[in-house]
Design a protein around this ligand. Structure first.
Ligand code: ZN
Length: 216
Protein backbone atom coordinates (compact mmCIF):
# COMPACT_ATOMS: atom_id res chain seq x y z
CA UNK A 1 0.00 0.00 0.00
CA UNK A 2 1.24 3.46 -0.91
CA UNK A 3 2.23 5.51 2.13
CA UNK A 4 3.68 8.89 2.94
CA UNK A 5 7.43 8.27 3.21
CA UNK A 6 9.39 10.42 5.65
CA UNK A 7 13.02 9.82 4.72
CA UNK A 8 14.56 11.51 7.75
CA UNK A 9 13.23 12.32 11.21
CA UNK A 10 14.65 12.69 14.70
CA UNK A 11 11.32 11.80 16.29
CA UNK A 12 11.70 8.41 18.00
CA UNK A 13 7.92 8.17 18.47
CA UNK A 14 7.15 8.49 14.77
CA UNK A 15 4.60 5.90 13.66
CA UNK A 16 4.60 6.33 9.88
CA UNK A 17 6.76 4.88 7.11
CA UNK A 18 9.77 6.84 8.31
CA UNK A 19 13.49 6.52 8.74
CA UNK A 20 14.35 7.58 12.26
CA UNK A 21 17.86 8.90 12.73
CA UNK A 22 20.10 7.22 15.28
CA UNK A 23 23.49 8.18 16.60
CA UNK A 24 25.70 5.16 17.38
CA UNK A 25 25.12 5.64 21.12
CA UNK A 26 21.32 5.39 20.64
CA UNK A 27 21.45 1.65 19.93
CA UNK A 28 19.22 0.80 22.92
CA UNK A 29 16.37 2.90 21.48
CA UNK A 30 15.94 0.61 18.46
CA UNK A 31 12.48 -0.98 18.19
CA UNK A 32 11.82 -4.00 16.00
CA UNK A 33 8.91 -2.64 13.97
CA UNK A 34 10.53 0.67 12.94
CA UNK A 35 13.12 1.76 10.37
CA UNK A 36 16.29 3.67 11.18
CA UNK A 37 19.47 5.14 9.82
CA UNK A 38 22.64 5.11 11.92
CA UNK A 39 25.84 7.06 11.62
CA UNK A 40 28.27 9.60 13.03
CA UNK A 41 27.07 13.17 12.46
CA UNK A 42 29.73 15.62 11.23
CA UNK A 43 28.94 17.95 14.16
CA UNK A 44 30.14 15.28 16.57
CA UNK A 45 33.44 14.06 15.16
CA UNK A 46 35.65 16.23 17.40
CA UNK A 47 34.02 15.12 20.65
CA UNK A 48 33.91 11.35 20.39
CA UNK A 49 36.08 8.28 20.17
CA UNK A 50 35.89 8.04 16.39
CA UNK A 51 37.40 4.56 16.17
CA UNK A 52 34.89 3.12 18.64
CA UNK A 53 31.90 4.84 17.04
CA UNK A 54 32.91 3.70 13.55
CA UNK A 55 32.96 0.12 14.76
CA UNK A 56 29.63 0.64 16.47
CA UNK A 57 28.17 2.19 13.28
CA UNK A 58 29.27 -0.80 11.22
CA UNK A 59 27.82 -3.22 13.76
CA UNK A 60 24.45 -1.43 13.97
CA UNK A 61 24.21 -0.94 10.21
CA UNK A 62 24.11 -4.68 9.66
CA UNK A 63 20.79 -4.96 11.50
CA UNK A 64 17.80 -5.57 9.30
CA UNK A 65 15.73 -2.54 10.28
CA UNK A 66 18.64 -0.13 9.80
CA UNK A 67 17.91 0.97 6.26
CA UNK A 68 20.71 3.48 5.73
CA UNK A 69 24.04 4.72 7.01
CA UNK A 70 23.49 8.30 8.13
CA UNK A 71 23.19 11.05 8.73
CA UNK A 72 26.84 11.41 7.79
CA UNK A 73 28.59 14.15 5.89
CA UNK A 74 30.30 17.50 5.82
CA UNK A 75 29.47 20.81 7.48
CA UNK A 76 31.65 23.87 6.94
CA UNK A 77 29.93 25.72 9.79
CA UNK A 78 31.38 23.21 12.26
CA UNK A 79 35.03 22.56 13.22
CA UNK A 80 37.41 19.72 12.29
CA UNK A 81 36.58 19.70 8.59
CA UNK A 82 39.49 17.36 7.70
CA UNK A 83 38.39 14.89 10.36
CA UNK A 84 34.77 15.23 9.16
CA UNK A 85 35.93 14.25 5.69
CA UNK A 86 37.91 11.27 6.93
CA UNK A 87 34.99 9.99 9.02
CA UNK A 88 32.57 10.60 6.12
CA UNK A 89 34.73 8.56 3.72
CA UNK A 90 35.01 5.72 6.23
CA UNK A 91 31.24 5.66 6.69
CA UNK A 92 30.69 5.64 2.93
CA UNK A 93 32.79 2.47 2.95
CA UNK A 94 30.56 1.06 5.69
CA UNK A 95 27.52 1.75 3.48
CA UNK A 96 29.20 -0.15 0.65
CA UNK A 97 30.18 -3.03 2.93
CA UNK A 98 26.65 -3.49 4.30
CA UNK A 99 25.17 -2.55 0.87
CA UNK A 100 22.86 0.13 2.21
CA UNK A 101 22.15 3.65 0.98
CA UNK A 102 23.80 6.59 2.69
CA UNK A 103 21.98 9.63 4.03
CA UNK A 104 24.07 12.78 3.73
CA UNK A 105 24.11 15.98 5.73
CA UNK A 106 25.92 18.67 3.76
CA UNK A 107 26.25 22.36 4.63
CA UNK A 108 28.35 24.74 2.56
CA UNK A 109 30.43 21.84 1.28
CA UNK A 110 28.65 20.83 -1.94
CA UNK A 111 31.73 21.24 -4.13
CA UNK A 112 33.66 18.91 -1.78
CA UNK A 113 30.74 16.47 -1.92
CA UNK A 114 30.66 16.59 -5.75
CA UNK A 115 34.44 15.98 -5.70
CA UNK A 116 33.97 12.91 -3.48
CA UNK A 117 31.17 11.61 -5.73
CA UNK A 118 33.49 11.97 -8.72
CA UNK A 119 36.44 10.20 -7.08
CA UNK A 120 34.84 7.47 -5.03
CA UNK A 121 32.59 5.71 -7.54
CA UNK A 122 30.03 5.00 -4.82
CA UNK A 123 27.82 2.03 -5.64
CA UNK A 124 25.07 2.49 -3.07
CA UNK A 125 22.35 5.16 -3.46
CA UNK A 126 23.21 8.55 -1.98
CA UNK A 127 20.42 10.71 -0.50
CA UNK A 128 21.27 14.27 0.43
CA UNK A 129 18.91 15.29 3.18
CA UNK A 130 17.72 18.90 3.66
CA UNK A 131 19.31 19.88 0.38
CA UNK A 132 20.29 23.54 0.46
CA UNK A 133 22.56 23.85 -2.57
CA UNK A 134 21.72 25.44 -5.91
CA UNK A 135 20.31 23.81 -9.04
CA UNK A 136 23.68 23.73 -10.88
CA UNK A 137 25.31 21.57 -8.19
CA UNK A 138 22.09 19.52 -7.95
CA UNK A 139 22.33 18.73 -11.68
CA UNK A 140 25.98 17.68 -11.27
CA UNK A 141 25.01 15.43 -8.38
CA UNK A 142 22.05 13.95 -10.31
CA UNK A 143 24.59 12.68 -12.84
CA UNK A 144 26.10 10.60 -10.04
CA UNK A 145 22.63 9.25 -9.24
CA UNK A 146 22.07 11.31 -6.08
CA UNK A 147 18.66 11.81 -4.49
CA UNK A 148 17.62 14.98 -2.68
CA UNK A 149 15.36 15.31 0.31
CA UNK A 150 13.46 18.43 1.33
CA UNK A 151 11.56 19.47 4.42
CA UNK A 152 10.54 22.62 6.24
CA UNK A 153 12.74 24.85 4.06
CA UNK A 154 9.98 24.44 1.43
CA UNK A 155 7.81 26.70 3.57
CA UNK A 156 10.43 29.46 3.60
CA UNK A 157 9.43 31.89 0.84
CA UNK A 158 12.66 33.88 1.26
CA UNK A 159 14.81 30.81 0.59
CA UNK A 160 16.01 29.61 -2.83
CA UNK A 161 15.18 26.03 -1.84
CA UNK A 162 11.54 25.94 -3.06
CA UNK A 163 12.73 27.07 -6.51
CA UNK A 164 15.50 24.47 -6.55
CA UNK A 165 13.06 21.77 -5.46
CA UNK A 166 10.67 22.71 -8.28
CA UNK A 167 13.40 21.97 -10.83
CA UNK A 168 14.54 18.61 -9.53
CA UNK A 169 12.89 15.65 -11.28
CA UNK A 170 10.41 13.69 -9.16
CA UNK A 171 12.47 10.52 -9.67
CA UNK A 172 15.24 12.10 -7.59
CA UNK A 173 13.30 13.43 -4.63
CA UNK A 174 12.37 12.49 -1.09
CA UNK A 175 10.61 14.46 1.65
CA UNK A 176 11.32 14.69 5.35
CA UNK A 177 10.43 16.35 8.63
CA UNK A 178 14.00 16.25 10.08
CA UNK A 179 13.95 17.90 13.52
CA UNK A 180 10.80 19.98 12.88
CA UNK A 181 7.40 19.24 14.39
CA UNK A 182 5.70 19.61 11.00
CA UNK A 183 3.37 16.80 9.89
CA UNK A 184 4.92 14.97 6.93
CA UNK A 185 1.54 15.24 5.13
CA UNK A 186 1.84 19.03 5.21
CA UNK A 187 5.32 18.78 3.69
CA UNK A 188 3.84 16.72 0.80
CA UNK A 189 1.02 19.25 0.37
CA UNK A 190 3.48 22.13 0.21
CA UNK A 191 5.81 20.20 -2.11
CA UNK A 192 2.94 19.38 -4.50
CA UNK A 193 1.85 23.02 -4.51
CA UNK A 194 5.38 24.14 -5.48
CA UNK A 195 5.59 21.56 -8.27
CA UNK A 196 2.03 22.28 -9.46
CA UNK A 197 1.42 18.59 -8.98
CA UNK A 198 -1.26 16.46 -7.39
CA UNK A 199 -0.40 15.50 -3.79
CA UNK A 200 -1.51 11.89 -4.36
CA UNK A 201 0.73 11.61 -7.41
CA UNK A 202 3.66 12.98 -5.44
CA UNK A 203 3.06 10.47 -2.64
CA UNK A 204 3.13 7.70 -5.24
CA UNK A 205 6.35 8.91 -6.90
CA UNK A 206 8.21 9.27 -3.61
CA UNK A 207 6.94 5.86 -2.52
CA UNK A 208 8.25 4.39 -5.81
CA UNK A 209 11.62 6.05 -5.16
CA UNK A 210 11.63 4.53 -1.69
CA UNK A 211 10.93 1.04 -3.03
CA UNK A 212 13.64 1.41 -5.64
CA UNK A 213 16.34 2.76 -3.33
CA UNK A 214 15.63 0.54 -0.32
CA UNK A 215 14.41 -2.53 -2.21
CA UNK A 216 11.26 -2.59 -0.06
ZN1 ZN B 1 18.69 15.49 10.81
Amino acid sequence: MVQFVNIHTHNFNDTGLSIINLFPEDIKKIKKNKFYSAGIHPWKVGNINVYEQLQQTERISKQENILAVGEIGLDKLYPDFDLQKEVFLKQIKIGETVRKPILVHCVKAYSELAEIMKKENIKVPVIIHRYSGNITIARQLIRFGCYFSFGHELFNTKSKTPGVFKNIPSENIFLETDDAKTDIKDVYKKAAEIKNADTKQLVISVFENFKKVFKK
